[in-house]
Design a protein around this ligand. Structure first.
Ligand code: SF4
Length: 626
């Protein structure tokens, strides 16, 4: 992988690399980038990986590469840093700016106390202002009082606190670093804005690249909900002698809610119905009237910063409302959330085209390295890369999957769409738990399916069955890992990020192939655009990625050993099966439970260290490999 990354950098050619868990991916891209003297941005999807790079991999590498000294920095989105200007305003007695849900000052209440604690921390205890450096976890409401988002900040050159701004200082540190670690949302926002949010760089590495499509989609879009109007109304009220325009905007939140709530879970019609169009226009007019009111109301220089922030928020909001009122053919708008708190989201239907324009086709743009343990089929195409314009490589896994793991698909089960499937699947799951003496992570595609299996098996199995509703995720995983024979039943949040090495996790079961919901409005719009290719381009790759992530929970070290049971016979029968199977590590495959029992025998009788290769029965699915 390191050689391929070096060649990609040298030839300025984009590269996609699949590299299994435990490969040492971060070293394989960092070492060539640093030793070739390139400035590199590493973009991660999760905070866990960002932390791992900043606190473990990069410091170790800095020690090891003593002949190639380099600097590194972490850069986050603006709202992750305390805003010096807000801190000054609150500390200077800006009572009305600290508001509770009803708009009253809460300086004396619990929120006020929390905000004061944050103000003291920002003034005296931190040099970075980074929320991650806090020794306590603030509430979202309190943090919102002491920070600003990119859409509210007027920019350092127009802000009195610009010279001492924490976010600007982080940007300056990043500006002189050789390696800059960011998250993919920030990187995508920079691409969407077309602005120099990030320092110029030669190479960008998208680690956890399987998340890039969805994160970029969200960053290239925007959302509008009643909450945004309420926050704006309450932030502007203290700036006005006559509060009428801000009261009107707060009331418009209810109007917006009435327009969008009926479309919950669905796409907004195109064009909008006439009455909805009129009501949205009313919302826009009220924000515009507030903007004029604020412009007229600016009294003195002291107020200037607050006014600029309010103007900035209103300009963004008006632009977003205009975009909804004149929805582009290339965008889709849909409603998420709840009927009480609906959120209208807008995103480009074809994120590939947006990335092509903003990244791949830029002659002076960086060389992109995309890597993940699970690269779905046709990722490059879906991201808008021209065929032939990039290289792709699979460096495999450091684990001996053919010795360490067995993939089982019980062909005697009914099709998952058959009414008899659920009972038969529960029985199969029970038999597997018995074969492994517990030690099972059972992954489900829905809460309903998880609950029903837990209810059906709790009294029929001698092992503790933990479910996702029992405890928060870290505590649940610790409990599962600590009780050798327990079983954990969980849904989507556990298909990634569960790392339980050793024998406590020896079986992973998957109830159904994890295809995306057919009624997801964004995917529906993408399917409609792709026509007959949609299933191959959208549904199969997404199922393949999630399936590989679920399967990836099993083998976490070279001495782990276990069974993956996919209880959906479409894995062995459907015409698209090889796209899924080829996305998985190269395990022996079987359709016979007796093979599973034989494979798990050493675990049951306590001689696990036996490392004999599995011996699938005659007629097992292994002979079916293309
Ligand atoms: S530039 Fe000013 S308003 Fe913007 S984040 Fe920095 S201190 Fe806050």
């Amino acid at each position: 992988m390191a050689q391929a990354v070096a060649a990609a950098i040298d030839q300025r050619r984009h590269l996609i690399v699949q590299a299994g868990t435990g490969t040492g991916k971060s070293l394989a891209y960092l070492v060539p980038a640093i030793t070739l003297g390139q400035r590199v941005v590493v973009s991660t999807a999760t905070k866990a990986l960002q932390d791992q790079l900043a606190t473990r991999d990069l410091p170790r590498l800095a020690e090891a590469l003593e002949h190639h000294p380099f600097e590194f920095a972490v850069l986050k989105g603006r709202s992750n840093y305390a805003c010096r200007q807000r801190i000054d305003e609150i500390a200077g007695g800006d009572e009305q700016m600290v508001l509770d849900g009803g708009g009253a000052s809460v300086r004396a209440g619990p929120l006020g106390r929390e905000v004061r604690r944050l103000v003291l921390w920002a003034q005296q205890a931190t040099t970075t202002g980074d929320r991650a450096d806090l020794s306590f976890e603030p509430s979202e409401t309190a943090w919102a009082q002491v920070s600003v988002g990119a859409r509210d900040c007027p920019g350092a050159h127009r802000c009195p606190s610009g010279p001492v701004c924490f976010a600007e200082a982080a940007r300056e540190r990043a500006g002189v670093a050789d390696v800059i670690v960011v998250n993919t949302h920030l990187y995508s926002t920079a691409l969407a804005a077309g602005a120099d949010i990030l320092p110029a760089h030669d190479v960008v590495v998208f680690d956890e690249a399987h998340e890039l499509e969805d994160i970029a989609s969200s960053a290239f879009g925007f959302d509008v909900g009643p909450g945004r109007l309420v926050v704006l109304a309450r932030a502007t009220r203290p700036l006005l002698a006559d509060p009428a325009p801000s009261v009107a905007v707060e009331q418009a939140a209810e109007v917006l809610k009435q327009v969008i709530a009926p479309y919950l879970g669905a796409a907004l019609p195109r064009p909008l119905d006439e009455p909805d169009q009129e009501r949205l226009t009313t919302v826009r007019e009220r924000v515009s009237a507030l903007q004029s009111g604020i412009r007229r109301a600016m009294k003195d220089e002291d107020d200037r910063s607050r006014h600029l922030r309010a103007q900035q928020s209103m300009t963004h909001l008006i632009n977003d409302l205009d975009a909804v009122l004149n929805l582009d053919d290339d965008d889709v708008a849909w409603v998420e959330g709840t009927s009480y708190n609906p959120l209208l989201r807008v995103a480009p239907i074809d994120i590939g085209a947006a990335l092509q324009d903003s990244l791949w086709s830029k002659p002076e743009g960086p060389t992109a390295i995309m890597t993940s343990a699970t690269i779905a089929p046709r990722l490059g195409e879906r991201l808008g890369m021209t065929p032939g314009s990039y290289d792709q490589l699979d460096v495999g896994s450091p684990y001996a999957y053919d010795e360490q793991a067995l993939l089982y698909c019980p062909l005697h089960l009914p099709d998952p769409r058959d009414p008899g499937f659920e009972a038969a699947m529960h029985e199969e799951l029970r038999a597997l738990m018995e074969a492994g003496a517990g030690r099972t992570l059972a992954l489900f595609t829905s809460w309903r399916s998880m609950k029903s299996a837990a209810d059906a098996l709790r009294d029929r199995a001698p092992w503790t069955i933990l479910t996702q509703s029992d405890l928060p995720k870290p505590a649940l995983i610790a409990r599962f890992a600590g009780d050798e024979h327990s079983c954990l039943f969980a849904t989507m949040g556990f298909w990634q990020g569960v790392d339980v090495p050793g024998t406590a996790l020896s079986i992973v079961t998957i109830d159904r192939l994890p295809f995306p919901r057919p009624d997801d409005p964004l995917l529906q719009a993408r399917r409609a655009k792709l026509g007959r290719q949609a299933f191959e381009m959208i549904d199969v790759p997404r199922a393949a990625t999630l399936l590989a992530q679920g399967v990836g929970r099993l083998i976490r070290t070279r001495s782990d050993r276990g069974v993956v049971a996919v209880l959906d016979t479409r894995l062995a029968k459907a015409r698209y099966r090889w796209s899924l199977i080829n996305s998985l590590p190269p395990m022996h495959r079987t359709r016979h439970r007796s093979d599973v029992e034989a494979f798990l025998e050493p675990l049951r009788n306590g001689t696990l260290n036996s490392r004999a290769a599995p011996t699938p029965s005659a007629g097992s699915a292994s002979s079916d490999r293309p």
